[in-house]
Design a protein around this ligand. Structure first.
Ligand code: FE2
Length: 354
């Protein structure tokens, strides 16, 4: 199968309207479609948001029959599907099942005139599925006939965020290696990075897998059980098992994005002052001004190819599970080990102070 990239991410949430309002006003997404009983989906209300190449589908159950009801009861609001753009959804499903994946949606055609979307899905990890999406005609017509598209308000939103750079997934101890093997075997991903991360007395193991196209990247993390229980254990307990801990959105102006989103109410994690005073000695001169980084709490690191700038938001969820990352790549294709430790240290600090 050829996985071109992330087509969209679907969240199951208690109230899609409220969730959409937050993402539009604070993160600059635009509302561009909706689905529900009036479009032939009697058990759900879905809102489609877009910014650059990032499409988010927010779905709430209107009855117990819809899987979002069970999902939100078990996990709270969270990522339910990460959809892959493919050239043949039925063939991708058959291939994935043949390699050991579990089918959760048989191929379904949505057609409206020349516009076509075929979807099918397999289980990924926990209660999160991977939907294969094949498109023809107008690719912006999200699910032709099933989602009513409307012209987004040009006054709203902005284009600070362009694509989903990666998703980070927390796994129970012991599941890291089998999950890496699953993505290699079923989807043809490669492992591109691994890191043992120590934060105080806690530790976690992380491996990064990526599609051959380079456009789908998952950071998989499991807690190390002979250390003190930490933030990964806490995520697993609060979320109720494996799930998406954060989604990283790519920007080409991270300090501008932090200032804009921060002014609209997005709360970012803070970085200790010492991080910036030691920065130049540790990494050389960053491509963004240290004063701007210090003021916005943005972290910098490098890999073999270049620099990478990152920051985490606080979680906006009542369970304090899912959060967002902004990432700005100046040549770096993978991750730098310094940032990963610094990012998770900031999370540990936030857990202590709030
Ligand atoms: Fe990340």
């Amino acid at each position: 199968m050829r996985i071109e990239g992330v087509d969209h991410v679907e969240f199951y949430v208690g109230d899609a309207q409220q969730y959409a309002f937050y993402l539009c006003t604070a993160f600059g997404f635009r509302l561009c479609g909706q689905a529900g009983p009036e479009t032939g989906l009697p058990d759900q209300r879905s809102l489609l948001l877009r910014q650059g190449g990032v499409r988010l589908l927010l779905t709430s159950a209107l009855s117990e029959k819809h899987p979002a009801a069970r999902y939100t009861a078990r996990h709270g609001d969270g990522v339910a599907a990460i959809a892959f753009e493919v050239d043949d959804a039925a063939a991708a499903l058959a291939e994935a099942v043949d390699r050991g994946a579990t089918a959760v949606e048989q191929p379904t055609r949505h057609q409206q005139g020349e516009d076509l979307a075929v979807t099918a899905a397999v289980l990924g990890f926990g209660d999160v599925s991977h939907r294969f999406v094949e498109r023809a005609g107008d690719r912006d017509n999200f699910l032709p006939g099933a989602v009513d598209m409307f012209a987004p308000d040009p006054e709203q939103g902005d284009d600070l965020l362009s694509v989903v750079d990666h998703a980070a997934i927390c796994l129970p101890a012991g599941e890291l290696r089998p999950t890496v093997e699953f993505y290699q075997r079923v989807f043809g991903f490669s492992q591109i990075f691994e890191e043992f991360i120590e934060v105080g007395e806690q530790a976690m193991d992380s491996k990064v897998v990526q599609s051959p196209s380079g456009k789908v990247t998952f950071t998989l993390i499991e807690p190390v059980t002979d250390r003190r229980p930490g933030q990964i254990d806490e995520f697993l307990a609060r979320h109720g098992g494996a799930g998406v801990q954060h989604l990283a959105l790519l920007t080409d102006d991270i300090t501008g994005a932090v200032r804009t989103l921060g002014a609209r109410g997005v709360r970012f994690l803070r970085t200790p002052e010492a991080y910036y005073s030691e920065l130049e000695q540790r990494l050389g001169r960053p491509e963004l001004a240290i004063e701007d980084l210090r003021e916005t709490n943005v972290l910098v690191d490098r890999d073999h190819w270049g620099q990478v700038f990152q920051i985490f938001t606080q979680s906006m969820h009542v369970r304090r599970t899912f959060f967002w990352e902004l990432i700005d790549r100046h040549g770096a294709r993978t991750f730098g080990s310094g940032n990963i430790k610094a990012l998770y240290t900031a999370v540990a600090q936030e857990r202590v102070t709030s």
